[in-house]
Design a protein around this ligand. Structure first.
Ligand code: SF4
Ligand code: SF4
Length: 120
């Protein structure tokens, strides 16, 4: 019974801390990490393929006012995103991409619904 307790005491008293100060210090991410989505609004052709393929139905096509008039573009509910990358795969001009960003901590998941203009 003393084994685990002794190990815990040894780790907490003698060894270096495992936690890091976030966000000042960030651990390097693996190459395969998939994070927040990014949209290049200039090349989106409003085809809706991303919304159709999304297995969790977290992409909604919403109206956006652009220099060329009204267009529909993807709004992403990051709170329900599986980071499966299917939307990235099917996007014809490759304007919807997964990034390495994981800055989406919040107390209100509604804040994770990201309009096209904010997918930068
Ligand atoms: S990564 Fe997957 S779950 Fe997330 S928006 Fe794209 S298709 Fe949907
Ligand atoms: S992001 Fe890509 S797949 Fe989605 S509507 Fe725009 S062009 Fe089509």
């Amino acid at each position: 019974m003393l084994g685990p307790l002794a190990k815990t005491l040894k780790v907490s008293l003698l060894e270096k801390r495992y936690t890091t100060e976030f966000p000042e210090h960030r651990e390097p991410l693996p190459d395969s990490y998939r994070g927040r989505l990014r949209l290049d609004m200039d090349t989106c052709i409003s085809c809706s393929a991303c919304a159709i393929i999304c297995p969790n139905k977290t992409i909604t096509m919403v109206k956006v006012l652009t220099d060329k008039g009204d267009k529909i573009m993807p709004q992403v509910g990051h709170e329900r995103c599986l980071f499966c990358a299917l939307c990235e795969e099917v996007c014809p001009p490759k304007c919807l991409t997964l990034t390495k960003s994981y800055d989406y901590e919040t107390y209100d998941k509604r804040e994770l619904v990201t309009r096209p203009e904010e997918l930068d």
